[in-house]
Design a protein around this ligand. Sequence first.
Ligand code: SF4
Length: 417
Amino acid sequence: MKFKIISLGCPKNLVESEYIVRNLENAGHVLAEEADTVIINTCAFIEDSTKESIETILEEAQRKRVVVTGCLLERYGQKLPELMPEVDLFVGRNYYTEITNLIDKKGLFLREGSFAETFPRRILTGKPSAYLKIQEGCDNRCSYCTVPDIRGGLKSRRPDDVVMELEWLLDNGFTEINIIGQDITSYGKHENTDLLGLLRRILMVRGDYYLRLLYMHPRGVTDELIGFINSDERIIKYMDIPVQHSENKILSLMGRGYTKGYLENLLGDIRERIPDAALRTTAIVGFPGETDDDFECLYEFIKKWEFDMLGAFMYSKEEGTGAYKMKGHVKKGVKRLRYNRIMEVQKEISKKRLAMLQGKTTKVIVEGKEEGHMVGRLLTQAPDIDGIAFIKGKCVAGEICEGKIVKTLDYDVIVEV
Ligand code: SF4
């Protein structure tokens, strides 16, 4: 069978798509652009992503045999076959280990669990960048979030398996390793271990590589973890800490488990101990009960802490979550205005923070040619979500080399290697 895979949503989905591809290839099927079967790994954590998934399915189903998997299926399950008769096969995440036996069947295969093992897989990202998933699911139950229902409770991979996968990635030339999970600071909670323990194990693997830690819950960023991140050059000084809001009332309604005071201490501590760290965060605007004053305070908080990168989201009312039935839902137009204001101020902040790098010599990850220009990223720019580096000078796609930042733009930089 010739098959194509469309991976929507986040890197966790991408890693699972990579696992599916390798399994099917091992069974003799061929990944091809012109394919008879298209597998759509869907996303459904908010309304917009659900819409995108449905549109993609309907479009592909006009021409090809369609297999649907991923979050849309985990979220809406048994209802889907009736709603989408054009889909040939639905395969739940907890059937991935058996996907080769199911791929030519019709119907729905769905069962409960937290699918965490994703090795071996066929890496679909370009060298030198790859994702390494260390845990699946989440026990936190933030009141706006559908993830625990979609992906199940927290499940951590065994340290030995993580290390084995890392070694395999390094052997295959991947040297920018992006550690991912729903909340990587929850790693090992049920096994009497933690992220720090895992990182210590990982860094015993010798070699020239970089680790980037993505998705750290503020509550899990301890003093010790900050110290450890600062102690090893192989850990990129990139702190991805989604704060979601600054005001105690909203944080409490969100169920985030920390206060504004805690956040300010944490951010102050990071800025003091790792001054060159790039801080990334996300913020949700228009959460139920967010007044104009609450929003203004969030706005001032963002101005004060000058995150290098920030992604804002308009709160999305999702059935089955705690926030769905809360009072004080904010009108769409108000959410949009708040979102625009945050993004406007963040543009200025990002520009100002990047300008501080002008003239510095730094490592640059070379990705390849785009519209005739060599492009890549600084170590402090994560794949897909942050800005890029336009590269001048001789370099080869897949390498991490040294360069001088000769110009900075709003979100991007120009580097001479
Ligand atoms: S920690 Fe993240 S994944 Fe877990 S419930 Fe909260 S927002 Fe969702």
